[in-house]
Design a protein around this ligand. Structure first.
Ligand SMILES: [Zn+2]
Ligand SMILES: [Zn+2]
Length: 95
């Protein structure tokens, strides 16, 4: 069973980061060393459902000093549009 940290960002969002992966994941990755597996068009990665983050395998919270990636990108896009006021001039439907 894999173990995760839950990471809390300054924007109050949270996400999981992998702390330790178990042998099940390692065996899945090792399939790339098998010529028959490698010859297949795409090698499915069959993750055990127990390996997903859940109540049982989150070991410790972590606290980030930053907002999450989604918020960082959203703020960058907002700054881009706020810095480009003229972008909207003339698009209000007035004739
Ligand atoms: Zn696992
Ligand atoms: Zn966020």
């Amino acid at each position: 069973m894999c173990l995760y940290h839950r990471i809390f960002y300054t924007c109050n969002h949270s996400n999981y980061t992998l702390a330790y992966n178990c042998y099940h994941v390692l065996f899945q990755l090792q399939r790339i060393n098998n010529p028959w597996e490698r010859s297949r068009f795409d090698i499915p990665f069959e993750l055990n459902p127990n390996c997903n983050p859940s109540q049982r395998n989150v070991i410790a919270p972590r606290y980030s000093e930053h907002p999450c990636d989604v918020c960082v990108q959203r703020d960058q896009e907002r700054m881009f549009f706020e810095g480009a006021n003229c972008f909207f001039v003339g698009t209000g439907g007035r004739t």
